[in-house]
Design a protein around this ligand. Structure first.
Ligand code: NAP
Length: 648
């Protein structure tokens, strides 16, 4: 079955239409119907959705608006069914302007039309696909490291441009993070309509926020359907990359699972190794003494039967918040060691299936699923960015950093107070004392409070002193006897690309250059490392807006632009100028210090050992698209093979 299924003929009785409409997401259905019927008058001013906010359904439409919108949609669906559609449907660009004007009150800037078309990808189009081909006579080969979400994407684009490539993958299968994180309860926390490739939109996601097996299937399917899988060498880990100054190409040292080693050659290397793939085991005394099984969330040991066991969990981040509720259902006892509480964002439908009526409408109304994705995209371009902004005049920044951040804090505080109203003993333990969005916000449908209130669950906030043969001991001397120890302690996110070594021009060592403080231009290129491109590199993570797939698509577009620039100019390699790279990073650093995650002192993987935010993109989604759309040749020094250039 292809990923993007064709729309089925809309044959249904009036009753069936009304029934499906009960489940409709109206703010996206009206635009889809306006476009499908050509009748834009249905986008009435009185029906404009007020906007998105945590916990708000149907874009904030009032019950009266929703009732009217359903009637309007019903009439439009009948027209569509009966073939009474206007022959004068608007060109898609015009439709976009009308629809964004309806959604927000003012039309999108015309400059954004190409971006909006790329995200909407109407009628199965792929506006981001390269419109050019490498000259087949020109020898040029790319190595991609990693066959996760961004590695597969890079492979798809290289293939479309006719550029030979190999993907080297340390695992036995594609999928990256969605292959490795098999812990119970693992699911994405960005709606799947948006957390998917723009050119491979699925209209039949079973749940709004898919579980790990569904996502793994999606990425496997994409790798297969786009012909990338056959380019992957599995069980092959890259240990060292060495730039050959004379030949102007990379030596790629690999080690295979059978122990054999080999050096491959590549004109360019694209690293798609992710930021969150090397588990962080905490530095706690005595861990090695523990006699029972112990494992990290990203290396879940499914051979360990947790039924009836006493399970100790260290950590309460995004991963633990997903697996603890599942573990608590089977374990005899769960003791959770929490160092820092999270802020939880209410999302009542977080675990829900996409209701039957909505599924049916996606399958039968042309472009409805696309407009649904578009709605999510448009409303998360800024997301909660305003609520993450630091107000320099805000005097006490310990609990909030500005008026909008304070509003968010009040909203999320009220949510926790409501969730734990019947448990005054738990409330102070779960209430954060730092500003929201300084750490990852966790989506919640009430499951966290339900779990903590279970009789077999205990939340410990006392600091851990050590681990013994039989359990965990806290600073106050209490020993919590345990059969199994699970680490939900996150990843070595700041150690970009490790344990791989990367040696650039003149043997320059990338990690020595970075000295624990990774930086890159656009998150992609680093001076002294020609034709080396990173996906999900430094400062390309997002905290409160968007989907990381959107970022990867922008990054790959930029990399493809760089390769095209080389081919067009007849050059061999490009190396970003240091002054350009430095100025860019200064701008990023300044902006991150104006965001809550840049100034808050709470623990988080968003800052490295130097205290700098090396992970996060501080601006909105559109700005990253604008900057990565096309590389500027003036930002780069071009390199020729010494033999060709006659030496230098
Ligand atoms: P994380 O957010 O870094 O959380 C690690 C947890 O372990 C924190 O609670 C941390 O406490 C605790 N911890 C670390 N070292 C400790 C120590 N020595 N003693 C006690 N506690 C310790 O890691 P994660 O939960 O794996 O999530 C990482 C990121 O992955 C997320 O932010 C998100 O971007 C992504 N993710 C996404 C999803 C999703 O899409 N659904 C799911 C999982 C993960 P402190 O807070 O005090 O540091």
């Amino acid at each position: 079955m292809p990923i993007s299924r064709p729309i089925e003929p809309l044959a249904a009785t009036d009753e069936e239409l009304r029934k499906a409409l009960e489940d409709a997401f109206l703010p996206a259905l009206l635009p889809a119907l306006a476009q499908a019927t050509g009748d834009f008058s249905i986008l009435r001013e009185s029906l404009r959705p007020p906007g998105v906010a945590p916990g708000v359904q149907q874009g904030g439409m009032t019950p009266t608006q929703q009732a009217e919108a359903r009637e309007v949609a019903f009439e439009a669906l009948k027209k569509l069914r009966d073939g009474e559609i206007s022959p004068n449907s608007l060109p898609i660009e015009e439709a976009l302007l009308r629809i964004t004007a309806w959604m927000t009150g003012s039309p999108a800037s015309e400059d954004y039309i190409p971006l909006l078309l790329e995200e909407l990808a109407p009628e199965g189009q792929d506006p981001r696909a390269p419109s050019w081909q490498k000259d087949p006579a020109l020898p040029f080969k790319v190595v991609i490291i990693g066959a996760g979400m961004s590695g597969i994407l890079a492979g798809i684009r290289l293939k479309q441009a006719g550029i030979p490539f190999t993907i080297l993958e340390k695992n036995h299968d594609v999928g990256g993070t969605w292959l490795e994180n098999t812990y119970p309860g693992a699911r994405v926390d960005v709606s799947n309509a948006f957390y998917s490739y723009s050119f491979a939109q699925k209209i039949d996601w079973p749940t709004h926020y898919s579980t790990q097996p569904v996502l793994l299937d999606y990425f496997r399917e994409c790798a297969r359907e786009f012909g990338v899988r056959e380019h992957v060498e599995f069980n092959t880990e890259v240990t060292l990359l060495e730039w050959d100054d004379d030949r102007a190409e990379w030596n790629v040292h690999v080690r295979r699972a059978d122990g054999s080693e080999e050096v491959l050659r590549a004109n360019a290397v694209i690293s798609a190794v992710g930021q969150l793939n090397r588990p962080k085991i905490p530095d706690i005394r005595g861990l090695e003494r523990f006699r029972g099984p112990q494992f990290h969330s990203a290396r879940w040991d499914h051979s360990v039967d947790l039924a009836g066991k006493r399970v100790a969990v260290i950590g309460t981040g995004a991963s633990a918040a997903q697996f603890i509720p599942e573990v608590a259902k089977v374990a005899g006892e769960v003791v959770i060691f929490q160092r820092t509480p999270n802020w939880y964002v209410p999302v009542p439908h977080y675990h829900d299936e996409v209701p039957a009526g909505l599924q049916w409408l996606f399958a039968h109304v042309p472009h409805y699923a696309h407009w649904y994705r578009f709605w999510l995209f448009w409303n998360t371009t800024d997301g909660l960015l305003a609520a993450a902004k630091v107000d320099p005049n805000w005097t006490d920044k310990s609990r909030s950093v500005g008026p909008e951040n304070e509003n968010l804090r009040l909203l999320l505080t009220a949510y926790l107070q409501m969730q734990f109203a019947d448990r005054p003993d738990l409330l102070p333990k779960v209430m954060p004392d730092y500003p929201p969005a300084a750490k990852r916000l966790i989506l919640d449908n009430g499951i966290w409070a339900q779990t903590l209130k279970r009789p077999n669950v205990k939340l410990v906030t006392e600091k851990i002193r050590e681990v013994t043969e039989s359990g965990v001991v806290t600073e106050d001397g209490t020993e919590y006897a345990s059969d199994v120890l699970i680490y939900g302690t996150g990843f070595q996110a700041s150690k970009f690309l490790t344990p791989m070594r990367v040696l650039g021009r003149g043997g320059k060592d990338l990690h020595r250059e970075w000295d624990g403080d990774a930086r890159a231009y656009m998150g992609i290129t680093v001076p002294g490392f020609p034709n080396f491109f990173m996906l999900y590199g430094p400062n390309t993570n997002i905290v409160v807006n968007g989907s990381i797939i959107y970022f990867s698509e922008c990054e790959v577009q930029y990399v493809m632009g760089c390769l095209k620039m080389l081919f067009d100019r007849g050059e061999r390699a490009l190396d970003v100028r240091k002054d350009v790279h430095d100025a860019y990073n200064e701008k990023i650093d300044r902006a991150n210090l104006e965001r809550v995650w840049g100034v808050a002192t709470v623990n988080s993987w968003y800052r490295n050992e130097k205290g700098r935010s090396a992970q996060n993109w501080p601006f909105n989604l559109i700005e990253y698209w604008q900057q990565t759309r096309e590389p500027n040749p003036a930002d780069y020094e071009f390199i020729r093979e010494r033999a060709l250039a006659g030496g230098d």
